[in-house]
Write a protein that binds this ligand. Structure first.
Ligand SMILES: Nc1ncnc2c1ncn2[C@@H]1O[C@H](COP(=O)(O)OP(=O)(O)OP(=O)(O)O)[C@@H](O)[C@H]1O
Length: 774
């Protein structure tokens, strides 16, 4: 074996030597590209692209330093190949393949070959490395003689080593030990909605993140737009935050569902009933009606302009509103049409008014003369041109420039502007939703189908803050309202004109052999473009800052928690509809979440479903303790099959209320001793968390979870998606008493990779009666 290790070490040394060589090359080329040589437009554009490419390559080389090569496949034809975090070739001119990127099609057999279907593979070898050193090998011979049939695990030795290692508080990538059923999901085609249902610990999160890395590698159109990952909590995002960078991928934005609408802090709590109402898909229609209610007025309106009053009756106003709506633009953008149409109607009225005034003068009507005299001075400019021209004859025809002038005056008139603002106000999403949820009349008008009691439950005080259930409403409102960025675009156009002028100057100054007018115009434009676009933010930073960014692919984790309204917000992020949705309908805790994927995606033919059935996290002993909870939730559900047992039996202990804190502290010490390192979580109902954190002397502020601490206290909701070496569940009765209490308890019980204990007050809940009492 040692000889084998030595041989692999030699090979690995060769790979690292090549990596070092490439690093030097990339560094030299970056230096050259960034050198301030006299360059011109097109060169500069190319240089920027080159710098981006080289920087990405440098990042990939850096991230591959740890675990560069982790696998080898020996083929039946005598050839072999190595699989690793990135692809490497020898230096030109040979450019012989040295290492295959794990995502390349050729690497697939490493993950999927079995004795029964060996795909031309004789032996699969897992290399264990520490830094640049090979420290161990795991070999699997894929011939039918050695086939144990059975579990279908790939690279079992390496897998078990990874699964039994102490947790670190951070998820790590599983690129070396991805299993066949997982690999299939990772490489599935990108289009449509792929739903991955799987019980706790089946690797849904891990698979979804590797799928993101795979899609970014293999689909340039996705890489151009980046991937959005939506997770259940900030803590969870911190927990998974290192996985994609460790796979060399940075074109990724991680967010919670609350984060989809930047700038809002969702710290208000809704009751379950209100969260469900707000999350209902019908709320979209309520918001649409709320927007319509802000357009026009029910009756006639009067507009004062230069001392006269003009009246638009309900029919005329209604027609103007309809014309503004007819263009199908969002409210704030359609406002321009409304204003144009309204001004058009008023121009007619003003001109007609003035014309009548003059007709009256011509016909010598004495009673109007006084009024004419009073207004002549100010209307002199606005009389029809033919009248002004002849001084006597009135034929009613109006010169266009006169109409324009009246229109301009109306446009600048503050009174007219006020009327536009009243009839079609520029609205921010926050204002629309706030007005709707604080004004019974507005709400009644927008939600006529809602029962009175439901409407009352939705109403709240002004400035009461936002809840998670409000966030999709704000997003929907933003969509209905649109942003009127006319001014911003005008400013950008002006900046661009200035930049072009500046670029021409620069090109002229730096060019000795060409006079400026012979420079192709495009060069100045290019240079200006580069100034304009010289946005040094990464793709991920730009995408994260832009609510309307269209991602190439979206991953939703713990997706069972999303309400129908939240789904609308998520789908908006990916107009191309390329989504991976992973979750477990038995772990739903949110009131507006789902317990069936069919309810969420039922009629949509673009969705397909895959199942994961093997539990890599939770040993069979722990899963047996959780099984009655799952059965109580859903008699037809089968718990995922654990890949391993530990021999360590879960336990429960009855404690009294007074002694609870002390019992928790004692249990934590016992468990830490038994675990001999690693991470321990105390999972308790929300009302107990602060007191237990105090009893345990934990430093993290209330409500925050410190993933680096050896011991953490959290609620089942906060524990969602996380895992620990050991878990102590406190007061399961109180957890069960919450909404979706069985789901919450199921989540809590399925977090440990090794040990589980339960402290209950009074008799154990029936679903935990089988756990041995100690
Ligand atoms: N092929 C694998 N190789 C090594 N570890 C794996 C593999 N698949 C899953 N794991 C590990 O199993 C654990 C559970 O995975 P993960 O958190 O992705 O499961 P999950 O299905 O999202 O769980 P839950 O629904 O409970 O949140 C993680 O530690 C993960 O790294």
């Amino acid at each position: 074996m040692n000889e084998e290790i030595d041989r692999e070490q030699d090979h690995l040394d060769g790979l690292y030597a090549r990596v070092d060589e490439l690093r030097r090359e990339v560094a030299d080329r970056l230096d050259a590209a960034l050198a301030p040589a006299g360059r011109r437009g097109q060169d500069l554009v190319e240089r920027d692209a080159q710098v981006t490419r080289l920087t990405a390559r440098r990042t990939a080389l850096d991230h591959a330093e740890e675990g560069l090569c982790f696998g080898r496949v020996d083929r039946t034809d005598g050839s072999h190949l190595y699989v690793g975090r990135l692809g490497l070739r020898s230096a030109p001119p040979e450019r012989a393949p040295l290492l295959l990127d794990w995502r390349a099609p050729g690497a697939r057999p490493f993950y999927t070959a079995t004795a029964a279907s060996n795909q031309g593979v004789l032996r699969r070898r897992h290399l264990r490395t520490q830094g640049r050193r090979v420290v161990g090998l795991n070999d699997e011979l894929l011939d039918l003689d050695t086939d144990r049939g059975g579990d279908g695990l790939v690279g079992e030795g390496a897998l078990m080593e990874s699964l039994t290692a102490h947790r670190t508080g951070r998820m790590h990538d599983i690129v070396a030990t991805l299993q066949a059923e997982q690999d299939e999901i990772v490489r599935d085609r990108p289009d449509g909605v792929l739903v991955v249902q799987g019980g706790p610990g089946t690797g849904k999160t891990a698979v979804a993140l590797h799928r993101a890395a795979y899609l970014l590698y293999s689909h340039p159109t996705i890489a151009e737009r980046g991937v959005l990952v939506v997770g259940p909590s900030e803590t969870f995002l911190r927990y998974i935050g290192q996985v994609l960078p460790s796979l060399g991928e940075t074109h990724v934005v991680l967010t919670t569902a609350d984060g989809l609408f930047p700038g809002v802090v969702a710290d208000r709590t809704d009751t379950d009933a209100v969260a469900r109402l707000k999350g209902d898909a019908r709320t979209a229609a309520v918001l649409a009606l709320a927007v319509r209610a802000r357009q026009g007025a029910p009756g006639a309106v009067e507009v004062s302009f230069e001392g006269d009053t003009y009246r638009l009756d309900a029919d005329r106003l209604g027609a103007i509103v309809e014309r503004a709506r007819a263009n199908g633009l969002p409210h704030n953008l359609a406002r321009r049409t409304f204003r144009r149409e309204l001004l058009g109607a008023l121009v007619q009225d003003v001109v007609e008014h003035d014309r009548r005034l003059l007709v009256d003068v011509e016909e010598g009507l004495d009673e109007d003369l006084a009024r004419f005299d009073a207004s002549l001075a100010r209307t002199l400019d606005s009389v029809p041109a033919t009248v002004g021209g002849t001084g006597t004859e009135v034929d009613g025809a109006v010169a266009p420039h006169e109409l324009d002038r009246v229109r301009r005056e109306l446009l600048l008139d503050p009174g007219v502007a006020r009327v536009v603002e009243e009839l079609w106000p520029l609205l921010a999403p926050e204002q629309l939703v706030e007005d709707l949820l604080t004004d019974p009349e507005r709400l009644a008008a927008a939600a006529p189908g809602l029962a009175d009691a439901d409407r009352r439950s939705l109403l709240r005080e002004r400035n009461a803050g936002w809840s998670s259930a409000d966030v999709p409403l704000l997003d929907e409102a933003a969509e209905l309202l649109g942003e009127d960025n006319t001014e911003q675009r005008a400013r950008e156009r002006q900046r661009r004109r200035e930049a072009v002028a500046y670029a021409r100057q620069v090109l002229g100054a730096t060019t000795t052999d060409l006079v400026e007018e012979f420079l192709p115009a495009v060069e100045a434009e290019d240079l200006a473009e580069r100034h304009r676009d010289r946005d040094h933010r990464t793709l991920a930073e730009r995408a994260a800052a832009d609510r309307t960014w269209a991602y190439g692919h979206v991953i939703v984790d713990e997706a069972q928690e999303l309400s129908p309204m939240a789904w609308r917000a998520v789908l908006r992020r990916c107009p191309a509809v390329s989504l991976t949705v992973v979750g477990d309908v038995h772990q739903t805790s949110g009131a507006a979440g789902t317990d069936s994927w069919e309810t969420v995606f039922g009629d949509d033919r673009r969705w397909r479903r895959r199942e994961l059935s093997v539990n890599y996290r939770t040993p069979s002993e722990v899963m047996a303790a959780a099984a009655p909870v799952l059965a109580a939730l859903d008699a037809d559900a089968r718990p995922p099959q654990s890949v391993r047992s530990t021999g360590e039996r879960p336990w429960r202990r009855r404690v009294g209320e007074e002694g609870l804190a002390g019992a928790v502290v004692a249990a934590v010490h016992e468990e830490l001793r038994a675990l001999d390192g690693g991470k321990l979580a105390v999972v308790a109902p929300v009302v107990r968390v602060a007191a237990l954190a105090r009893a345990l002397d934990l430093a993290a502020p209330a409500g925050k979870v410190d993933l680096d601490a050896d011991v953490v206290v959290m609620t089942p909701e906060q524990a969602k998606g996380l895992e620990f070496d050991g878990v102590v569940v406190v007061d399961p009765d109180a957890i069960l008493a919450g909404s979706r209490g069985l789901n919450a308890l199921y989540v809590a019980l399925t977090r440990p990779t090794r040990r589980l204990g339960v402290l209950h007050l009074g008799t154990a809940p029936a679903v935990l009666a089988d756990v041995p009492e100690v």
